[in-house]
Design a protein around this ligand. Structure first.
Ligand SMILES: [Zn+2]
Length: 483
């Protein structure tokens, strides 16, 4: 660590804060010599693994099973669903050679895996008893991004989960879309403390090949919007392209209905880091912190042995309770130790009093000290872990709610757009007939139509007009500046 203190004003300069924290807390290294590809160091990889674990567990509890498909997709597969390939064509990395030989058929590095999964689904699904089929994989995907890349937010290789589900009926498929949103609520909001709004995206902004796209947006500290998960109702678009059919109980062969779901594990970590962090560095939800407790002995020359021994006792007690614990026995000054562990986002720090048989705990989120008797250390730490998450979640909700505005005219939108956040406006339509208005907002104000919220959806009154074209407003939509 080059500097003793982190100390960057997150509110004033979020971009600098983010760029420095990912480097100085040794989360990732973006000096790898291929643009848009980064190295994940232990501190971020440990958290990513925790987030994967929580997400995979939530999916498997709801009937999903894990699989792993090849990284490469033959060109023919990719071209089977017309709209889909149009959407991804410009972003595909191609493998053209094996050694010195030019390949007969190019292979794509998966930009997403619909066209890898679905030919196999056509082989596996035979009858109604094969449905529903709910499979997922945890993997990285590759996209030739031409926009500026940013670690954990936009990369040419990034980490996610993709679930591909198959049903006999449209109703079952839509129920899956609801379940996908429920899982996001459980994992991202409840367990990681990041609030978001789920939107139905406008038709012109849907996943290519889908009938409808639903996506979760959170707000970053600079007021910009970050999509962290999306789920898509695919209808029969892919089942017709890939001939995925089942024999129904009435003796007829029918095309299946499908959904796919993409929680952006990378971006979820970016949101956790950005939204909960403070000017001293990382502040992490207890459940995913790589080190949940660090014990910092603060001995004098005379008490070094006895304080260190006491510290080891504390470490053992916490470790045997299943917590991730470290002790800092280095020769650094207590101040330097605190600065370092604060920046790394370790929620709590150190024992002090040997004689009184208690421990002083330092809470990373509120930066307050509490005392706990040694025999109650495990339950106190666990309780504090829950309280930290609760506090982080409430703080994040308060911020997001304070950043939702309303406007009734372009002029008002223009004025509000400088603050960032969501702006709710009356708008003609999220169907293709609203696309021109959407494009104008993007062109003139840099704002995107994020869509219609799925909770508390309110229809505008009869006389409400679209702020862009003046036609009758069919919806209240949310606008935002996106990452
Ligand atoms: Zn309009």
């Amino acid at each position: 660590m080059s500097k003793e203190t982190f100390n960057v004003d997150k509110e004033k300069n979020f971009s600098e804060w983010f760029n420095r924290i990912i480097r100085e807390a040794q989360l990732i290294d973006d000096r790898y010599n291929v643009k848009g590809f980064i190295v994940h160091r232990p501190w971020s990889m440990t958290m990513l693994k925790q987030i994967y674990r929580i997400y995979e567990d939530a999916l498997e509890r709801r009937g999903h099973k894990p699989v792993l498909f090849p990284t490469v997709i033959p060109e023919d597969n990719l071209y089977k669903e017309e709209e889909h390939v149009e959407g991804f064509r410009a972003e595909v990395f191609w493998i053209t050679h094996g050694g010195d030989d030019r390949l007969d058929k190019r292979l794509a590095l998966r930009p997403t895996s619909e066209t890898a999964f679905y030919p196999m689904y056509a082989l596996w699904i035979r009858s109604i008893s094969d449905l529903p089929l709910k499979l997922y994989q945890s993997c990285s995907v590759f996209r030739y991004e031409t926009k500026a890349t940013k670690p954990l937010i936009r990369g040419r290789e990034f980490l996610w989960i993709e679930a591909h589900d198959v049903f006999a009926t449209e109703e079952d498929a839509y129920r899956q879309v609801e379940e996908d949103m429920e899982v996001a609520e459980e994992v991202i909001h409840k367990r990681l403390g990041v609030p978001f709004i789920f939107f139905e995206r406008p038709q012109w902004d849907k996943f290519k090949g889908a009938v409808k796209t639903f996506a979760a947006d959170c707000l970053m500290p600079d007021g910009r919007v970050l999509q962290i998960a999306s789920t898509h109702y695919l209808g029969q678009n892919f089942s017709k392209a890939f001939e995925i059919m089942y024999l129904d109980s009435d003796g007829k062969r029918k095309h299946v209905y499908q959904t796919c779901y993409g929680p952006g594990i990378w971006r979820i970590l970016a949101a956790v880091i950005s939204i909960h962090g403070d000017n001293n560095g990382l502040v992490l939800p207890f459940e995913i912190a790589p080190v949940q407790v660090v014990v910092v002995p603060i001995p004098t020359k005379e008490t070094k042995d006895v304080v260190e021994e006491y510290s080891r006792t504390v470490v053992d007690m916490l470790r045997s309770a299943g917590l991730r614990v470290e002790a800092d026995f280095s020769d650094k000054t207590p101040g330097a130790k605190y600065y370092y562990w604060e920046m790394m986002g370790v929620p709590e720090v150190g024992p002090r009093e040997v004689e009184g048989k208690y421990v002083t705990l330092f809470r990373r989120d509120t930066r307050k000290r509490v005392k706990a008797p040694l025999e109650k250390i495990v339950e106190t730490v666990k309780k504090l872990g829950d309280e930290i998450l609760e506090n982080l979640r409430r703080r994040a909700e308060k911020f997001m709610n304070s950043m939702v505005f309303r406007a009734e005219s372009m002029e008002e939108v223009r004025r509000l757009s400088e603050k960032g956040g969501f702006i709710i406006v009356p708008f003609c339509s999220i169907g293709y007939d609203g696309e021109e208005c959407g494009l104008r907002l993007k062109r003139e104000l840099g704002l995107e139509v994020r869509g219609v919220p799925l909770k508390n959806r309110v229809k505008p009154p009869e006389d409400a007009r679209c702020i862009v074209c003046g036609r009758k407003a069919g919806e209240y939509v949310y606008l935002g500046k996106a990452y």
